[in-house]
Design a protein around this ligand. Structure first.
Ligand code: HEC
Ligand code: HEC
Ligand code: HEC
Ligand code: HEC
Length: 391
């Protein structure tokens, strides 16, 4: 009993000594969380074309001096899945973190789902300050910057009396509010929280999903280490933002790696389900001509311009039947099935060719919504869009 009280007295004595804590003044925290392997936005629409690691690195290169002292933190779930493409994303993400000199990177649910040896070897190779609740990363990271001491951990019990404490978690904000002793909680639960929440003296923020908006917390810290004031903003890095060349190189490497995936995995899925527009043209020339004037007929060129002509995450919506039997595979093996062709909307129906009195399935709005999702096509409006593709 007595020793507990004594320990409390000694601790509070340490806290009241400003020198033990360090600097007062302003400190900035730039944070990401729940990036889910998204290294950059797809560029499908200018309205959703925000974020990405190359622009973040460009921003930091340009504004680092005025933001200094600052910390860069990823609150976890920066990877998606343990697939061949997911592994390439994970490596490109860690290389980018390395270039930007992230101060701490949490390994949470998505990272834990990777096969055991995969991430540790990359973390060693790129010298990433990783924190997690399992060894060897289960000790908190203590960052010292310009006299500030910042303790960062994913273990709720791991806070320190002599530092500013930042807790990283992927539990949603409402659930993690319980952990009172922390100055800041950064969540990577994937929830969108426009503004920070302040409860029991703890500032809670949540990484914007898919890296679309890195967060910036500007803190005022007094000599006792208490946050006396803070401001929060999202960094809106759109298509006109400057990219960092080194991170761009990492992304270009990633694209070449991805381009190798379809070649490596061997044969395209067999079958002859899709005929391609050339076949339809034999009997529907006027339709083919008017389709040729729509953007659907140039959808593959858009990918090639972006260097993504062999990225399975893109070609699914910019070609015919990708991933299905007899659908698009690569531009080399199935050039006749590039672009959003007739059969993407009307469906493959070989019997129509033998007996064209057989009606094809009617095209409804749900067909469009396969590809015109909110993030890819925020302006989608069935009536208006249908008018533009009428043939
Ligand atoms: C297989 C995926 C897919 C389906 C299904 C699809 N689209 Fe598209 N659509 C695209 C892609 C990809 C583009 C962009 C092409 C480009 O410019 O690279 C696009 C572009 C468009 C555009 C041009 C937008 C503009 O502002 O000019 C219109 C209009 C459009 N689609 C309407 C429709 C309608 C209506 C449907 C349903 C009847 C539909 N689309 C079904 C993938 C699809
Ligand atoms: C879920 C389907 C889908 C996926 C996946 C997808 N796109 Fe798109 N993309 C679209 C649609 C729909 C449009 C047309 C949007 C509109 O104008 O309303 C589009 C448009 C585009 C455009 C044309 C933008 C313009 O204004 O000229 C580019 C470039 C593009 N996509 C690149 C990509 C890249 C790169 C990827 C992969 C990282 C990708 N897309 C993945 C559906 C998709
Ligand atoms: C983006 C989806 C989409 C694509 C791609 C598309 N169509 Fe259509 N098509 C439609 C829709 C929707 C209708 C019904 C239009 C309407 O309601 O007026 C239609 C109607 C038709 C009709 C019937 C017209 C009628 O009078 O009933 C034919 C024939 C046709 N399309 C052929 C084609 C051919 C050939 C291609 C390829 C060159 C093609 N379509 C590409 C969506 C598409
Ligand atoms: C051998 C000639 C021929 C070919 C090839 C052909 N069609 Fe047709 N298609 C027809 C004829 C003829 C009609 C008109 C049938 C009618 O009016 O009853 C028709 C009607 C349609 C319609 C109108 C709606 C319906 O269900 O009746 C659509 C849509 C259509 N075709 C799509 C396609 C597509 C997509 C392709 C390529 C995959 C294609 N057709 C290939 C001859 C052909």
């Amino acid at each position: 009993m007595n020793t507990v009280i004594l320990a409390g007295v000694v601790l509070s004595a340490i806290i009241s000594l400003p020198a033990a804590y360090g600097q007062s003044g302003s400190l900035n925290i730039i944070y990401t969380g729940s990036m889910n392997g998204k290294l950059e936005p797809c560029g499908c629409s200018p309205k959703t074309d925000y974020g990405g690691v190359a622009r973040l690195a460009g921003y930091i290169a340009r504004h680092g001096r005025e933001l200094s002292p600052y910390l860069l933190i990823d609150a976890g779930n920066f990877t998606a899945r343990d697939t061949p493409q997911g592994r390439l994303q994970a490596e490109a993400m860690l290389r980018s973190f390395r270039i930007m000199k992230y101060d701490a990177v949490a390994l949470l649910s998505n990272e834990k789902a990777f096969a055991e040896d995969f991430l540790p070897s990359l973390i060693r190779r790129y010298d990433i300050p990783a924190v997690s609740d399992s060894p060897p990363y289960d000790t908190s990271v203590l960052v010292k910057k310009d006299g500030f001491a910042v303790n960062i951990s994913t273990n709720p019990k791991d806070y320190r009396k002599d530092a500013l404490n930042i807790f990283l978690t992927d539990i949603p904000v409402s659930g993690s509010a319980a952990t009172g002793s922390w100055d800041i909680i950064i969540s990577s639960s994937g929830e969108i929280r426009e503004k920070p929440l302040k409860t029991n003296g703890t500032i809670i923020v949540s990484g914007y999903p898919e890296g679309k908006r890195p967060g910036l917390l500007r803190l005022q810290v007094d000599a006792k280490g208490d946050i006396t004031d803070f401001r929060h903003e999202w960094l809106l890095l759109g298509g006109d933002s400057e990219e960092n060349a080194d991170v761009r190189n990492v992304l270009d490497d990633y694209d070449s790696g991805v381009a190798g995936l379809l070649k490596e995995s061997g044969k395209p899925p067999g079958g002859t389900a899709y005929l391609g527009v050339a076949k339809c043209a034999e009997c529907h020339r006027p339709f083919v001509e008017s389709w040729g004037k729509t953007r659907h007929a140039r959808a593959f060129a858009s990918l090639q311009q972006a260097g993504k002509g062999a990225d399975p995450e893109c070609i699914a919506c910019h070609t015919v039947g990708f991933g299905e039997k007899g659908g698009f595979y690569t531009i080399e093996t199935t050039p006749e099935l590039a672009n959003v062709q007739c059969e993407e909307c009307h469906g493959p129906d070989r019997e129509h060719i033998e007996d064209f009195s057989r009606p094809m399935k009617p095209v409804s709005e749900s067909v469009c919504l396969k590809c015109h999702k909110k993030d890819n096509s925020p302006d989608f409006d069935y009536e208006r869009y249908l008018e533009k593709i009428r043939h």
